[in-house]
Design a binder for this molecule. Structure first.
Ligand code: FAD
Length: 272
């Protein structure tokens, strides 16, 4: 395969698009070349964008959805109708260039949590992106015996990116070799819908408070001794889940002060 990172770049901080996949009318993912010098921790985000009409770039925060060992960078994106960036970004094709500022940051990193037995990833919509990175990082499974991926969308179709990723992980050369058939017990997947009928329905908060998810997955109740969590969704979702976790006795941490859970916005605004 040609080394896209070595191709001639026409924009400053440009990276070349290698693949694009459209999942629904409002969701797509794409991969770009990775600058050789870029180091990041799985779960972090960067600013990416396109040149604007006035020559000023339109940049937005994006979680890196690929793990830190990957040769390329993957992003999972919403298509906001009339959104300054995504109304155009959704039309990118392999060979196009995007801008990427190479300064990864973020709170959804393993170092921001105290050691524990079980790690919960709690996401709505594109909030699954940082967890797509962390689920593919063997370090996540070195640190925790079990990972629970709870992802909620309005419809089953909107869950497809995450579902396919989890299914493919069972055959992942790295994780498959490390954990073999045991991997199915290490990564538990709990997808739910809120608007469309599906085998599992309901909000993440309701499923946590009622203990339904624990009962369905045969897990003990959440406790500050054993459980750690990362939250990524709308502001309202983040606040609701944060309150639920605090009621279980977990405390919010940060890079500088690791505790039992961390939170990050999946976007600014109320959502669409
Ligand atoms: C830390 C952080 C990480 C982010 N990571 C991602 C990511 O991995 N993938 C991604 O698609 N977006 C992500 N976003 C949102 C992203 O920065 C942009 O807002 C999004 O790409 C839309 O850009 P826009 O210019 O088209 O519209 P904007 O003007 O930025 O947004 C218009 C409106 O659309 C809604 N909106 C924006 N993004 C989303 C979204 N992802 N899901 C639902 N509604 C949304 C909001 O109501 C917003 O007010 C992240 C935001 C933050 C703060």
């Amino acid at each position: 395969m040609p080394d896209a990172s070595a191709a001639k770049k026409t924009l400053p901080d440009a990276q070349t698009v290698t693949t694009v996949r459209h999942w629904t009318d409002s969701l797509f993912s794409f991969r770009v070349s990775r600058p050789a010098s870029l180091r990041f921790r799985s779960g972090e985000f960067v600013m990416i964008g396109l040149p604007g009409d006035n020559g000023k770039p339109i940049l937005r925060a994006y979680s890196i959805a690929s793990p830190n060992w990957d040769d390329e960078l993957e992003f999972y994106s919403i298509k906001v109708p009339d959104g300054p960036l995504t109304s155009r970004l959704q039309h990118i094709r392999p060979g196009d260039e995007i801008i990427m500022r190479p300064k990864p940051v973020g709170t959804l990193v393993l170092d921001a949590l105290l050691p524990g037995r079980r790690l919960w990833f709690l996401a709505t919509g594109t909030g699954i992106a940082p967890f797509a990175s962390l689920m593919r990082d063997p370090e996540t499974f070195e640190r925790y015996d079990q990972v629970v991926m709870m992802h909620t969308c309005r419809t089953a179709e909107e869950l497809t990116y995450g579902r396919e990723l989890v299914e493919n992980l069972a055959h992942d050369p790295l994780l498959g070799e490390l954990y073999g058939a045991d991997f199915a017990k290490r990564l538990l997947y709990y997808p739910t819908t809120t608007r469309e009928e599906s085998p599992l329905m309901g909000r993440i908060t309701d499923n946590l408070v009622s203990g339904k998810v624990n009962a369905d997955l045969n897990l003990p109740p959440i406790s500050a001794e054993t459980d750690r969590a990362m939250i990524c969704g709308s502001l309202a979702f983040n606040q609701d889940v944060k309150k639920v976790l605090e009621d279980f006795g977990l405390r919010e941490g940060a890079n500088s002060e690791p505790r039992e859970f961390v939170v990050e916005k999946a976007f600014v605004g109320d959502g669409i």
